[in-house]
Design a protein around this ligand. Sequence first.
Ligand SMILES: [Zn+2]
Length: 409
Amino acid sequence: MRRGTNLPRMGDFNQTVVLDVVRRAGGGLARAEVARRTGLSPQTVTNVARRLLDLGLVVEEGEAARTGPGRPGTLLRLEAGSRFAVGVHLDPATMTFVLLDLSGAVVARAQVPTPVPEDPEAVVAGLVAEIEGLIAGAGVERDRVLGVGIAAPGPIDVAAGVVLDPPHLPGWHDVPLRDAVAERTGLRAVLDKDVIAAASAHLWHPGEHASDFVFFYLGTGVAVSTVLHDEVVRGVSGNAGESGHLTADPEGARCWCGRRGCLGAVLRAEALAEQGRAAGVDLPPWGDGTDPRAVDQAITALCAAADAGHPGAREVLALAGRRVGMAAGVLTDLLDVPAVLVGGPLWHRIAAHAAPALEDEVAAHVVPGGHGLAVASSAFGPQVGAVGAGCLLLARAFAPRPSDLLLVS
Ligand SMILES: [Zn+2]
């Protein structure tokens, strides 16, 4: 059931709406133009702008061009350095950290191997140490850091901030990651699933902004998230995106679910390495696949072989791109969305060889809705999960979401 809202909350909402318009404008924006773009009255814009100036979130700069009688107003511009957010991407092989300013730009970054991935306590300790190092190293005042966004492999309990039983993190069962990070850093923390965080990076950045798209995430696992009308579809438990069991190849490798050729089973890093070995590529051993770093080295060798022109290696990586394209066609038809973005650490590694095949597959796809179907690799590269995690924190603090206006008991 939907419930109403109260006036103070509406004021907060208008504040985020104005900030959002000023932020997306990039340069300065006159108050009259803010009023035009938001539909708010000039008086409301003036009041809201005053509050944003007092908070230091925007600054006045320059003068607007004269468009009518009266004094031209000063321009409002986002003060990007007024607030910061930390974004963390916890992957079984690698932990990635970024410090974002309010515009979402990366001002500091770090990447380290995940310490003893099967030991949550060691991972949390390492994660907190890196967060502290990142903030201190950037020379940012701590009270300007809004908090930490964490992207973790699913499934997770979003409300409780708990990582449940991720298949690629053995030893992790019901780990209260959000609160552990919040307690040890003293910073506000939010936890979301990696693929949902990754898509969120594209919602915050004006240059990368699309309102409706499907995001394929290729990391340790394969997942898909959907953005409709500027909001990531989270599902009823915050675990939307488990698309790993779409059948990509009925004759393909056995999936842990019992069937053959599931998308996740044929696209994950270990499967690509196996396909490479079967195609005659000489790869270092990766054991039973439980050591993500060994699998990572096999992928490095597979990509190097493709770079050197090994036809088997090239075919394996091109097939991976085609498979993403085929699945993308199904999902974009189902949802009637006009764009596909692909990203994540594994995609970033293989994109040079996989993206052309993906683009061919998408170009050949006939869209029933009549609109085009655009495809692109995420501009955030292997950091997309960490950037998105930071953006989730910024969005929680500053993005206007109509759903926030609804009163919940
Ligand atoms: Zn399966």
